[in-house]
Write a protein that binds this ligand. Structure first.
Ligand code: FES
Length: 58
């Protein structure tokens, strides 16, 4: 699933960046070699950042 249309970032890429230590949307963009554009995906990326620790623990 595409999470960020501007940068064509997938959910898997975002989760990978979070697993690698990204803790802010800015970190996720940077880890993927991208940068923020319109910002519409910020809330979704924040949701993934918040849920990823519990997801990994399950
Ligand atoms: S949808 Fe992610 S920056 Fe625009």
């Amino acid at each position: 699933m595409i999470v960020c249309l501007c940068n064509a970032l997938t959910e898997g890429q975002v989760r990978g960046a979070v697993a690698g230590g990204a803790s802010r949307p800015k970190d996720v963009y940077c880890a993927c070699g991208k940068s923020a554009q319109c910002g519409c995906c910020t809330a979704t990326i924040l949701s993934i950042i918040r849920e990823e620790p519990s997801r990994r623990a399950a």
